[in-house]
Ligand binder design. Structure first.
Ligand code: PML
Length: 266
């Protein structure tokens, strides 16, 4: 029997050369034509404005993607940016990331320079990515149809069934599968999106509402890493195709104390 072929479909939209939106997934051949239409539609109409340049990349994958499960998801009911930062410090430091590194990540994410990719930081706060302005992009990831509908159902119960949450969860699930990554801090660069998240393999994906004030047009991601070869990690983040085929529990608000006590097993 012929080997099943998978395709990576990626979209980037820009206006006046400024990035507006992006999306990507891994699909079967028969899904591609309707998705090209969907991605194009999504690129044209976006909160940040109408795109004047849309790039669609369709690539046949050489091998079968690595199948993984998603990180479990929950939310801490953080009332403001200070509470969100306190929660981030507690959770991320509990896996060995120093306070200095977390403060450094916060500082870099508040400088007003939105990078296209993520920062790589060691647990002392030293930046390790080769291009400090661009960062490292995570790419070639997606969900099986079954996992996608399971995730929609689980997020739907929480009123969170939207592309922003789904895409961030897929990305974090790919990133945290790699053992060198200890934790992540993400603040959206969308001025209207004030929920961010932190993630670790032990605690899962933890949403932090009101991590920033409405109207702030910058943000980004920091991955805290330890040991191993940075270039191997970058190769994995950018190039290894990963497909989520199982959705772990998605829960609503959970007290920080409970999260710190009950680490998930993965
Ligand atoms: C969520 O609400 O869980 C998503 C938070 C981060 C969104 C990052 C982005 O803007 O893509």
């Amino acid at each position: 029997m012929a080997r099943k072929k998978y395709y990576s479909l990626r979209m980037r939209a820009a206006r006046n050369r400024e990035h507006i939106s992006g999306a990507e997934g891994i699909y079967d051949k028969d899904e591609i034509s309707s998705l090209v239409k969907e991605y194009t539609q999504r690129a044209i109409v976006h909160d940040k404005g109408r795109a004047d340049e849309i790039r669609l990349t369709l690539e046949e994958l050489r091998g079968a993607p690595k199948k993984i499960s998603s990180l479990p998801l929950c939310t801490i009911h953080t009332r403001n940016a200070d509470a969100a930062k306190r929660a981030a410090l507690k959770v991320l430091s509990s896996v060995g990331i120093t306070e200095r590194a977390i403060e450094e990540a916060y500082k870099s994410l508040s400088l007003g320079l939105t990078m296209r990719g993520a920062m790589l930081m060691d647990i002392e706060g030293v930046r390790l990515e080769p291009d400090l302005l661009r960062g490292v992009r995570v790419s070639r990831m997606g969900m099986t149809k079954k996992a996608a509908s399971d995730l929609s159902r689980k997020l739907g119960r929480l009123g969170l069934n939207n592309d922003t949450v789904k895409e961030a969860l897929v990305l974090a699930s790919k990133v945290h599968r790699y053992r060198m990554v200890l934790g992540e801090l993400c603040i959206s660069d969308d001025p209207n999106y004030t929920t961010g998240y932190i993630a670790t393999r032990a605690h899962g994906y933890i949403r932090l509402p009101r991590i920033k004030k409405r109207g702030i047009p910058y943000g980004g991601r920091a991955f805290f890493i330890t040991g191993g070869e940075v270039k191997d990690l970058i190769r994995y983040l950018q190039g290894t195709p990963v497909l989520i085929n199982e959705i772990r529990p998605c829960r609503g608000n959970i007290p920080l104390k409970e999260i710190l006590e009950r680490k998930s097993r993965r």
